[in-house]
Design a protein around this ligand. Structure first.
Ligand code: FPP
Length: 251
């Protein structure tokens, strides 16, 4: 049987660690907005508002540090279970943030990219999002990937379905299906491998975010609630990443 091992990561080929290196691709599960608000006797939307400010700070920190891709989990495919009011507040906030920050994206040369199924947010917001993606497509300092109505299991199931259809139609020999074939059908197919995954608020789980992509990512869990996350917290995560030994299954 032929094995289908993933291609070696550059640091493995060179036989060294992540020591001193800046991660190319950082993803964040921005958790704790609700608790931040409750601790201040504020409505949950105030936590999300403060969370949007943390997005702004973190994006700037990513630009300044030389990270290539920052992927943020803004709305999961499970977040529809929240109250209608909270979903509507989150949509409103995204619309507001988009209007207010488009100029910053252009100034800082940030390219906006979406993953997930954002069309579910309705035509108006979806079209504005697509427009922002289009307007920023040539920016090359940072790619800001916003996961909207995203779920990793659904993403992988979608890839499996596409491969099964191609096999059924005779366009694909099932024996040729390998890791790259699945990766090429994920929403992140054009992005560099995920290096570092951060989750705030003290919860230690992945919550259906980038499950496949996190296979060899370094995981960083912090107690800080998302609205309190700032440049120092981001740089501290990068510092810890730089000290980690990455072996990708080797020794
Ligand atoms: C998790 O906190 C956070 C969310 C579900 C939404 C994240 C949204 C933002 C940070 C605001 C806007 C985003 C962008 C990209 C402009 P939670 O509500 O689950 O917190 P809890 O666990 O304390 O209740």
């Amino acid at each position: 049987m032929t094995s289908s091992l993933p291609p070696l990561a550059p640091s493995e080929v060179e036989g060294n660690s992540a020591e001193g290196s800046v991660p190319r691709h950082v993803a964040i599960i921005m958790d704790g907005n609700g608790r931040w608000a409750i601790r201040r006797s504020l409505p949950r939307v105030a936590g999300h508002r403060a969370g949007a400010e943390a997005v702004r700070r973190t994006m700037q920190a990513a630009v300044d540090s030389g990270v290539e891709v920052l992927t943020l989990y803004a709305f999961s495919s499970e977040n529809w279970r929240r109250s209608e009011d909270e979903v509507s507040d989150l949509k409103g906030l995204m619309r507001f943030y988009l209007e207010r920050e488009l100029g910053t994206l252009q100034k800082e040369k940030v390219r906006l990219r979406l993953i997930g199924e954002p069309a579910a947010f309705g035509n108006e917001l979806y079209e504005r999002l697509q427009q922002a993606v289009e307007e920023t497509r040539d920016n090359d300092r940072l790619t800001l990937v916003v996961a909207l109505n995203y779920g990793s299991q659904g993403e992988i199931a979608g890839a499996a379905k596409a491969l099964a259809r191609a096999a059924r139609d005779g366009a694909l020999d099932p024996e040729t299906i390998d890791i790259a074939a699945i990766e090429g059908l994920l929403h992140t197919c054009d992005l560099p491998p995920l290096d570092l995954l951060i989750r705030t608020s003290g919860e230690v789980r992945l919550s259906n975010f980038l499950l496949w992509q996190a296979a060899y990512a370094e995981l960083h869990f912090v107690d800080t609630l998302w609205p309190d996350f700032d440049e120092a917290a981001f740089n501290s995560a990068l510092g810890e990443f730089a000290r980690r030994q990455r072996r990708f299954g080797g020794r």
